[in-house]
Design a protein around this ligand. Structure first.
Ligand code: IPE
Ligand code: IPE
Ligand code: MG
Length: 228
């Protein structure tokens, strides 16, 4: 079954290159992350007009705990700040927030803030913003498989129904910035038939125009799903 140019419903982004952006501009790494958060803000504001139903952003991986404590603290502080400054915007624009990953393991004040943001955006109908926090795809699949096993029904369908992304549209397009060509434990299951798009642009330089460019490339792809 060939499929060309069906509009994308769900795009996910591995937001990479904050550190290299900072180095390139001879600025502290924390500034790179700060500029990265500004890129997130621009993109989220463009979400209602993008035609997408869901945008999933990789913000903090289960492996990012390996970074120096100061950098982890900077990233968590940015998350708190983003929620504070942009939650009213999300609510006003009808964006529904989702969190994927084991976010309950984050510090308790951040968990409270996230739960409040989830509750306040729950009625949003203009698109879903899914943020991957303390997310690792292998761990997600293991959790989902365990849930399926507990039901005594381990099939691709029941595993999929227990993934953190359950209920989101199928993943159409996976973007990674900064020129790295790997998935880094992100959406391994969901990417089974997703189209991939890589750019050398460093995340802090990413704009809604880059998303448009990726969506244009997607529109020209032929998806076969194993058929012919
Ligand atoms: C992405 O930028 C942000 C996170 C992983 C949280 P990096 O910090 O990985 O930037 P590079 O890859 O070192 O340039
Ligand atoms: C992936 O980027 C994680 C996020 C973007 C949050 P990394 O920079 O952590 O990935 P690796 O270490 O280069 O694979
Ligand atoms: Mg990186």
């Amino acid at each position: 079954m060939n499929e060309r140019a069906k509009p994308a419903r769900h795009v996910a982004i591995i937001m990479d290159g904050n550190g290299r952006w900072a180095k390139k501009h001879r600025l502290p790494r924390a500034i790179g992350h700060q500029k990265g958060a500004e890129a997130v803000r621009r993109l989220v504001r463009a979400l209602p007009d993008s035609g997408l139903e869901a945008l999933t952003l990789y913000a903090f991986s289960s492996e990012n705990w390996k970074r120096p404590e100061g950098e982890v603290d900077d990233l968590m502080a940015l998350m708190r700040r983003f929620l504070k400054s942009d939650l009213p915007d999300l609510v006003a624009n009808g964006i529904r927030l989702r969190i994927i990953g084991d976010y309950g393991a984050l510090s308790s004040d951040l968990v409270v803030q996230l739960d409040e943001a989830l509750a306040r955006t729950a009625e949003g109908t203009a698109g879903t913003l899914a943020v991957a926090l303390n997310y690792g795809s292998q761990q997600e699949i293991a959790r989902a498989a365990a849930a399926a096993a507990a039901l005594g029904d381990v099939t691709a369908e029941t595993i999929e129904a227990h993934l953190d992304t359950a209920g989101l549209p199928p993943l159409d397009l996976l973007i990674r910035t900064s020129g790295e060509l790997r998935l880094s434990n992100f959406l391994l299951w969901q990417a089974a038939y997703a189209e991939l798009w890589f750019t050398d642009t460093l995340w802090p330089d990413f704009t809604p125009a880059h998303l448009e460019q990726a969506l244009d490339a997607f529109a020209g792809r032929e998806r076969r799903y194993g058929g012919r």
